[in-house]
Design a protein around this ligand. Structure first.
Ligand code: HEM
Length: 215
């Protein structure tokens, strides 16, 4: 039973890793490999796009390894080293995402991106603090939340590729872009909270817990 759930976890992580590399390639191709898309000068976005993408690399390549239980148990030093690279990379990339999002030309996307970046930063720092305090239950939960936010890289572009099916009811192009921007992090966050927080809370064995109303 355990090996079956481990196989499922590995398959899921491999799928996320492959999707991340594929969409990273497309994002790099879009922004860096075509003339006139990187901004007018070094300090007017060129440097910030480049640093954002570079800092996010340990997230793309490191995060899937961090969730493999056998690797965590057999190589704890490697887990800690990748974890440090993740925290530094994700925090820097999130800060730059906030700046790039606040100044993006699409006004309907600004608040959504700034909130995503803020949550990504917050979840990452809480996960790190929890690991230092050896609170591994909170550490796991906040790492999952942080990675779900980082994967906006994937969710946004999947929603873009399938927008004619997912957002067929939104005809206006700008409205559709904004809807997609919000959906790309709100929906993954709801799914993650259902999985790690809301469902476990209501399914917990009731007989084990005292009733505070009867005290
Ligand atoms: C591992 C995660 C991530 C990677 C590898 C990554 C990578 C990239 C790359 C390569 C670009 C340039 C391509 C483009 O402009 O579309 C970019 C742009 C951008 N990213 Fe990320 N990103 C990640 C996560 C995020 C997250 C979570 C956010 C939201 C908070 C975000 C916000 C942005 C913004 C606002 C831009 C500029 C878009 C524009 O000006 O049109 N990124 N990212």
């Amino acid at each position: 039973m355990k090996s079956r759930s481990n196989r499922l976890l590995h398959a899921w992580l491999a799928a996320l890793a492959l999707l991340s590399v594929y969409y990273l390639y497309r994002a790099v191709d879009y922004r860096f490999l075509h003339a006139d898309r990187l901004g007018p000068s070094l300090l007017n976005k060129q440097l910030w796009y480049s640093c954002h993408a570079l800092l996010a690399l340990p997230v793309v390549f490191g995060a899937p390894l961090q969730f493999i239980p056998t690797l965590r148990q057999s190589a704890p030093r490697l887990h800690r080293a990748i974890g440090r690279a993740y925290v530094i990379g994700a925090s820097g990339a999130a800060l730059l995402a906030i700046y790039l999002g606040a100044t993006i030309e699409y006004e309907g996307s600004r608040l959504s991106i700034v909130l995503t970046g803020g949550l990504w930063l917050f979840f990452t720092l809480v996960a790190w603090k929890a690991a230092v305090a050896k609170n591994f239950v909170a550490h796991r939960a906040f790492m999952i939340r942080s990675y779900a936010m980082a994967l906006v890289l994937v969710w946004l572009r999947v929603m873009d590729d399938f927008q004619d099916y997912l957002f067929f009811y939104v005809q206006d192009e700008e409205m559709r872009d904004a809807t997609r921007e919000w959906a790309s992090w709100v929906i993954p966050l709801i799914v993650v909270e259902l999985w790690i927080s809301w469902l476990p809370q209501v399914m917990r064995n009731k007989s084990v817990e005292p009733n505070p109303l009867r005290e």
